[in-house]
Design a protein around this ligand. Structure first.
Ligand code: ADP
Ligand code: MG
Length: 286
């Protein structure tokens, strides 16, 4: 099943004893199979919430979420396990959370394969293939805890890919890495996506956008902007994102520049829509 991701008007509300936190408020997202996208946003913007919904760990409160043909809004508990084991792989921020420290590199990759009942020959093949991919084949018999944090995150990718999922989700995977290790990890993400796996990486580091073709910015639980980069290192084109209900987040610096608050005038021109302060004057035509 191809790894398309579709979120429409996705809402997630966390209810604690007496407060409700709206973590996602109408998020729209479309990721094509084999695409590599970065989701960038400040702390608290809803990145981890989005990842745990896509990973099938938490059900959305409202809206639609579909991953590789699985409808996550109505996924029964007993099928959730199958989805998590076979359809998505994930890499978490804390390098230690992804691995069993006292098992070897190869044994860590074997764990998810054993959980799906893969026969010995298949296990050997996938261990060899995934370790080759991340460039750690010579370390197959080393204990996971003896690896550097960069190597541990690479191994986490191998573990996540063991059962050949169609989607790889990584939540702030570079947070504990130096820039060289981060670069290596993104090289692997690019290779994985080139092999047809959909990769969604969340990060609060806006610089990451230089290493992927498409960066999606989330602000207050909503997709607000996108940067598309046609070639590595090239300047990106910036886009704002219109949601299904016609809502748009204006770039904060634009809002500030004109001192916009509350009510604004929205005027349709022939080929554009203009947003003006309520009491502002239209600039004179040249
Ligand atoms: P990010 O990963 O971008 O930092 P999160 O998705 O972790 O953002 O959080 C989004 C919002 O939801 C924050 O306000 C956070 O405090 C809240 N939140 C996240 N998880 C929970 C939870 N389990 N219970 C209550 N509130 C939560
Ligand atoms: Mg987070």
């Amino acid at each position: 099943m191809s790894g398309r991701i579709v979120c429409r008007n996705l809402v997630k509300v966390y209810k604690t004893e007496d407060v409700e936190v709206v973590a996602l408020q109408g998020l729209d997202l479309l990721v094509e199979p084999g695409e590599l996208v970065a989701v960038v946003g400040a702390s608290g913007s809803g990145k981890s919430t989005l990842q745990s919904i896509l990973a099938g760990l938490e059900p959305p409160t409202a809206g639609a979420a579909e991953v590789a043909g699985w409808d996550l809004t109505s996924l029964p508990e007993r099928r959730r396990r199958e989805f998590r084991l076979r359809t998505v792989g994930f890499v978490w921020q804390q390098t230690a959370a992804n691995l069993v420290p006292y098992l070897t590199v190869a044994e860590n990759v074997a764990v998810p394969l054993l959980l799906t009942g893969a026969p010995l020959r298949r296990r050997r093949l996938r261990i060899a293939e995934t370790l080759e991919l991340i460039g750690l084949r010579e370390l197959a018999d080393a204990d996971a805890e003896s690896l550097s944090s960069g190597e541990q995150q690479l191994l986490a990718v191998a573990v996540a890919l063991a059962n050949s999922p169609s989607v790889l989700l990584a939540d702030e995977p570079t947070a504990e890495l130096d820039s060289e290790s981060s670069g290596r990890l993104f090289d692997v993400f690019r290779t994985v996506s080139a092999a047809g796996v959909t990769v969604v990486v969340t990060t609060h580091d806006p610089l990451v956008s230089t290493s992927v073709e498409r960066t999606i910015t989330i602000r207050d639980g909503r997709t607000s902007a996108e940067t598309i980069r046609r070639a590595a290192g090239a300047a990106g084109e910036e886009f704002a994102v219109l949601d299904a209900a016609g809502r748009l987040q204006l770039p904060p610096e634009y809002v500030q520049a004109l001192g916009l608050t509350g009510r604004v005038r929205v005027v349709l021109d022939e080929n554009s829509i203009e947003v003006r302060p309520e009491h502002g004057r239209r600039r004179a035509e040249p």
